[in-house]
Design a binder for this molecule. Sequence first.
Ligand SMILES: Nc1ncnc2c1ncn2[C@@H]1O[C@H](COP(=O)(O)OP(=O)(O)OP(=O)(O)O)[C@@H](O)[C@H]1O
Ligand SMILES: [Mg+2]
Length: 416
Amino acid sequence: TLSLGRQVPEPFTDDEVRLLEATADQIGIALENARLYSELRRQLEELQRTHAQLIHAEKLAAIGELASGVAHEINSPLTTILGEVQLLAMGPVSDDVRARLRVIAEESGRAARIVQNLLLFARSYPPERRPCLLANQITRVLDLKVYQLQLDGIHVVKDFLPAPPVWADENQIQQVLLNLVQNAHQAMKSAHDKGVLTVRLHREAGGVHVEVLDDGPGIPPEHLERIFDPFYTTKPVGEGSGLGLPVSQGIVSEHGGRVWAENRPGGGAAFHLVLPVGGPGPVVEAPRELPLPTRPLRVLLVEDERRVADVLANLLKSLGHTAEVALGGRQALERIVDNQYDVVFVDLKMPEMDGRAFWQELVARDSPLARHTIFMTGNPRSLEALADEKAGTPLLAKPFTVPELSAVLRAATSAG
Ligand SMILES: Nc1ncnc2c1ncn2[C@@H]1O[C@H](COP(=O)(O)OP(=O)(O)OP(=O)(O)O)[C@@H](O)[C@H]1O
Ligand SMILES: [Mg+2]
């Protein structure tokens, strides 16, 4: 047998060396097997995690799909309702009836906003920015979470210094703040089932600065780089999807701001958010009063939904224009050959030839109408697809008001 502890300074025999080699081989194989096994297990875990993330991402995508489909379907009838109401209100009606018509118009507007919120949730709606006080947004988010925080023994400290409003989309900013508060909450809860959440706000040269501070475990330095990566999470499957921070970062940079993380000297994590105090650019607002049409326009409406087409035609007539309806792109193209139009309204989503294909055909034919096209859509998402191609084109989002209709007409006729 082999004794490794032998004291005698004799050389090993050939047998001993062979035995030693064989043993070393066995040990090597065992080590390699162990490594392979743990690698396999790691890969399996990663696969399971990726799978769960994929399902989650797919769910989000499905909600987005559903929301934009619903938006289109609901916005069409809303367009008809709002249009008809506005037409009625233009006629000779008593004050009592006018008041009721206003209620209908307001409620259709409300329904339209609900659809917009649904799209916002699915993150497929362009932001709506206005001056917004971050202190109010923080308070709103903390109010939302106050009960859960209390339940988990988390004490909230607010430390706000006066700061001017930032130019931001309130819903999106709330989403960012909620993600940060949620992360701090989860971190403290899992670390020691209690804690202090501090939210600070102050003005600085670059804008308004918000700090979300916790006294949880903090973030291992080697993770700091990765926490903003999509799907990066240290939470168990089903608890975290790793989307909170990347989504927040996307929103913040769209707003021209910055978000970053640090560890606090005394322990815990610090998330910083800076949003610029910029105002709006020049705002193009729909005029409140109906502008008098400069001249009567000949309008072609390309819209597959009869009722929407009819109400739009009547609204245009009420503004002093003439309107003809084509229920599809091909039919419209035939008409353009014999007739002269000043403006064409085209619905983006139509079964046989969609609005974009129609417009491309106008461009191909070198028709001057290509420069006087107004796109209509019940689904703001479809605008994204169009954005690069035809930036600055007048767009009419359904449902619309008469002032919006006038504004878009004016934009289309003033274009080259
Ligand atoms: N306050 C914090 N303290 C410690 N670690 C944090 C903190 N905030 C974020 N992290 C780390 O960053 C990772 C990514 O956060 P992110 O919000 O993007 O995803 P998540 O919280 O894991 O999942 P989701 O937000 O999608 O539910 C977290 O899993 C966690 O490891
Ligand atoms: Mg999170």
